[in-house]
Design a protein around this ligand. Structure first.
Ligand code: ADP
Length: 396
């Protein structure tokens, strides 16, 4: 059985075709510049590639290009799209309406439209992807939505409410929703299996361009760092993470900036990029720090310190921790960051195995056997998580 996984952005579309017999990726690809021109880059698992420029005025033409790549190009992997049993979509904001992944119906699309207010960049793009799939592949093929926010819906009000006048929650549903839920659930579920203990307390650190940390007790999210939007938490590639909101109103007044300008500055010009002035990419910033750039060094120290503080606060929130998981581009690859974070947690009895911490690109326990807290690198795989959910839902 083959599942087609789609992650639609406003002008891009990422996809994978996964064979669920063995959970192997048959091919993956990306359409870009949708609405402007159109370019597809497609790669089969055996290394064959297909790259083409082709007009993509809308997502529908992008899907037609994908069907060509899958079924007719030199890098084809199936004879006909009829071989695909179902489509799984990455969806961003499901709000409090979606505690789980679900089969897409007109009602589901309607609810996603309602939640677009809170995710104006993401939900409309996800909906475009879903509607283009219906247009291209028909209504017969089941489609499933897997929301970034669903996993975090188990948070209690004391964790998700902001101390603003209550009316804003009632009027606009202003609260913490959390994101990266599919990744936290994927690595958190695996860590729960590895720890093999009921009521286990796990802290998952998804550290990529966007970064978030989640506290998971007995398989359920109790708290997470991202908030109403992915801006909250700790500093990321270009996002501020948490800060005194008065700093923003102060800068806005001094520099005569609009709310839109401030939003752009906090989301796109801050974080590791804003502090270092070098790059949003941790590798470049580390290289600059190694060459003596003090702001780059400061950015690295700030990010690590903020990660340590959130982990510490989640240990307190759960009254303990059994395992800490690192995932995402930084979490999976940056041994120096993992070491710095773990060295600040030795008060818990955590002991890092330095040799294992040097291994990259595979699932591995990097704490010593006598460590009181287990530490893992677990590569995330959101596409596989989406495909598994899709299979589970259509099999019901
Ligand atoms: P996204 O959130 O876009 O999926 P990724 O999970 O791929 O991003 O993470 C991107 C980040 O991972 C970048 O900051 C990059 O510098 C970092 N990264 C990738 N490889 C390494 C490495 N070997 N050492 C340190 N950081 C790395």
């Amino acid at each position: 059985m083959k599942i087609f996984v789609v992650n639609a952005g406003s002008s891009s579309l990422k996809y994978q075709l996964i064979d669920m017999e063995n959970e192997q990726v048959l091919c993956k690809g990306l359409c870009e510049r949708i609405g402007v021109s159109g370019v597809i880059s497609h790669k089969a698992a055996d290394g064959r590639t297909y790259n083409a420029e082709t007009a993509m005025p809308t997502h529908s033409e992008a899907f037609e290009a994908v069907v060509y790549a899958l079924t007719k190009s030199d890098a084809k992997v199936i004879d006909s799209f009829d071989e695909v049993t179902a489509i799984g979509h990455r969806a961003v904001q499901g709000g409090s309406d979606f505690t789980d992944s679900c089969l897409i119906t007109d009602e589901v699309i309607g609810k996603m439209v309602e939640w677009s207010d809170l995710a104006p960049l993401h939900n409309p793009a996800n909906i475009l992807g879903i509607e283009a799939c219906i247009k291209t592949f028909g209504k017969e093929i089941p489609q499933v939505a897997v929301f970034d926010t669903s996993f975090h819906q188990t948070m209690e009000p004391k964790a998700y409410m902001y101390a603003l006048p209550y009316e804003y929650y009632e009027k606009y549903k202003i609260r913490k929703y959390g994101f990266h839920g599919t990744s936290h659930r994927f690595v958190g579920t695996r860590a729960t299996e590895l720890v093999g203990k009921k009521d286990s307390k796990i802290i998952t650190c998804h550290l990529g361009n966007g970064c978030s940390i989640t506290a998971i007790k007995d398989g359920k999210c109790v708290d997470t760092t991202m908030g109403l939007t992915p801006l909250d938490g700790f500093m990321m590639g270009t996002r501020t993470g948490t800060l005194d909101p008065s700093a923003v109103t102060f800068i806005g007044e001094k520099e005569n900036l609009s709310l839109k300008d401030l939003d752009r500055i906090m989301n796109k010009e801050s974080g590791v990029l804003g502090i270092s002035g070098v790059s949003n990419d941790n590798r470049d910033v580390q290289a600059a720090a190694d060459a003596g750039n003090e702001r780059a060094q400061l950015a690295i120290e700030m990010q690590r310190y903020q990660i340590i503080k959130f982990i510490g606060s989640y240990i307190a929130a759960m009254n303990g921790v059994d395992a800490i998981v690192f995932t995402g581009g930084i979490g999976e690859n940056d041994g120096a960051l993992r070491k710095a974070v773990c060295e600040s947690l030795t008060f818990t009895g955590l002991k890092l195995d330095d040799a294992k911490n040097g291994i990259r690109g595979e699932e591995i326990k990097i704490s010593t056997d006598d460590s009181a807290v287990e530490v893992y690198i677990i590569p995330t795989n959101e596409e596989l998580a989406i495909a598994r959910d899709t299979l589970a839902i259509i099999s019901k």
